[in-house]
Ligand binder design. Sequence first.
Ligand code: SAH
Length: 491
Amino acid sequence: MYGNVILVGAGPGDPGLLTQKGRQALEQAQVVVFDRLVSPAIMALIPPQAELIDVGKESSHHLVPQDQINQILLNKALEGKRVVRLKGGDPFMFGRGGEELELLQEHGIPFQVVPGVTSALSVPAYAGIPVTHRDFCSSLHIVTGHAKAGAELHIDFEALRRTGGTLVFLMGVSALPKICQGLLDAGMEPEMPAAVVERGTLPKQRKVISTLAELPRKAAEEKIKSPAIIIVGKVCQLSDRFDWFDNLPLKGKEVVVTRPADRSGTLSERLRQLGANVTDYPCIRTVPRDPSPELEQAIASLERFSWLVFTSPIGPDIFFGRLNAAGKDARALAGLKLAAIGPKTASALAQYGLKADLVPDTYDSAHLAQAMAQVDGEVLLCRASKGSNALPEIFSKNGIPFSDVPCYDTVYENPDPTPVLELLKEPVLVTFTSASTVRGFVESLHGADISKVLGCCIGDQTAAEAKKYGISVVTAREATIESLMECIKEV
Ligand code: SAH
């Protein structure tokens, strides 16, 4: 049985610009053949067991020649694999997608194409340039500025000028002076607005807005490098007015997110939406205890307790998993009052049709402990094996009987520190959502200099832990992700 090949456009860089269909293809891939322009956040969607083949090419020194790429796709499909060929932007827009299909078609390999968001349109959009604004032009022309090594550019500049339309050049950085000169020689006015946009749609996007005559000099001054696109036309003059991307509150800020891999999604995504350059660096992982004799025992004698307390959203999931395994359901909690450390934990309970009787005003253990200082009856705490001491202390002090049941362990992930070590050389924001993320972060770096880290902490206990390591901190007003986001925006 043959496999198949799906050519997938990965979009221009912003991972949010991958299409839904592209994402589905990646999630089901057994082999992914990719190149340089694909962002890490998109690569992270690929299942860990899939084979990754890097055929990344830099202009002028191709890593893997095109016919070899074609052959790899064919061979993997002949092995029966589901192959995704992941390409920057759109696969057919100067992407050699057509060439890659020829060999597959000749061998009767089934293939599909998932178009992508091309840089030719999206990069101007992120630079505030509406490429076909009606007041300025009535056509758009997308041109390659790439010439074979040593060869001259084959561009009909006169024809391009006559269209009066917006011109977009891909792969044109090294030929920028020749392109601009060609247009000037063809009679285009030197004052024609023009732009070059480097690493468009990414947090490190840079743009140079100028005139046709001045653009090469200005781009050279700014040391603009590939990947970048060149835009020539009156529409470029709108770029400052419509500069939404450069004006995002976190544009270009480096943020390291230390949350567990399974829960970092929303925080990282929201930071990216605000323009931050997010490095996902999961430092801890929660591992449910299995078996968990203490929890099983507690579940066998639930009627003993009058309160059941959860200190994180994973707590209810683990508890109800065990309850179910013991052949019981939510009715076993009928006589119990429920406490949740914060709104996320309360909504985890709501998933099981239960309403928390108590959520403290400030979402941390110290405030939860305060709020529970006068409760009657025995308390069952379902939480991490190494939880904060605030709750046990207050219960002991006030003579309230309690069982502190370890439901899960927090283990350090020890991620590869290389990308973070690089970031530590400059001021960098690091989000900490628990004291254990602070410890996991520091441990993973093996004594590297963390003096330029600004810890953005979810609450006081997390901040106290960061300070122990000499990390400067800012603390969210409320212990929620929303509040942490606000705090990061204000930094
Ligand atoms: N198929 C791709 C283009 C491949 S050619 C697409 O549809 O976008 C590679 C060229 O695309 C680069 O030399 C550059 O000109 C442009 N390009 C790709 N991604 C870019 C980005 N994020 N910012 C600026 N230019 C980009």
